[in-house]
Design a binder for this molecule. Structure first.
Ligand code: SF4
Length: 100
């Protein structure tokens, strides 16, 4: 299924020396993205030399999870944390799904 192009991203810059390329600054990968291509996570696209969101505002999962599986050492034992994620392949990019 083709993703609808969303709003312009905030964290990017034109890639100097490569006309039309942009560099995503959202995470540590700092993907250089060719015109019409996506970053490694698949959640950003270079559309007309601007970085645009794909899947902006759409969730792939939302769930209340035990606090013990979160990287919150000894914080509020036996409670839960609201966990949600977007549609990007963050598990392959960062080693674990992003939790907010
Ligand atoms: S992996 Fe995605 S968020 Fe990270 S720099 Fe690349 S395009 Fe941006």
């Amino acid at each position: 299924m083709e993703k609808k192009i969303g709003p312009r991203a905030r964290l990017w810059k034109p890639l100097l020396g490569k006309p039309g390329f942009v560099q995503c600054l959202v995470c540590e990968r700092r993907c250089p993205i060719a015109p019409g291509s996506r970053g490694a996570c698949g959640n950003y696209v270079n559309a007309r030399s601007e970085l645009r969101h794909l899947g902006y505002g759409r969730l792939s999962a939302i769930k209340s999870r035990p606090i013990e599986i979160k990287p919150l050492f000894h914080y509020w034992p036996n409670s839960t944390a609201l966990t949600f994620s977007g549609g990007a392949a963050t598990s392959t990019v960062h080693g674990a799904r992003t939790t907010y």
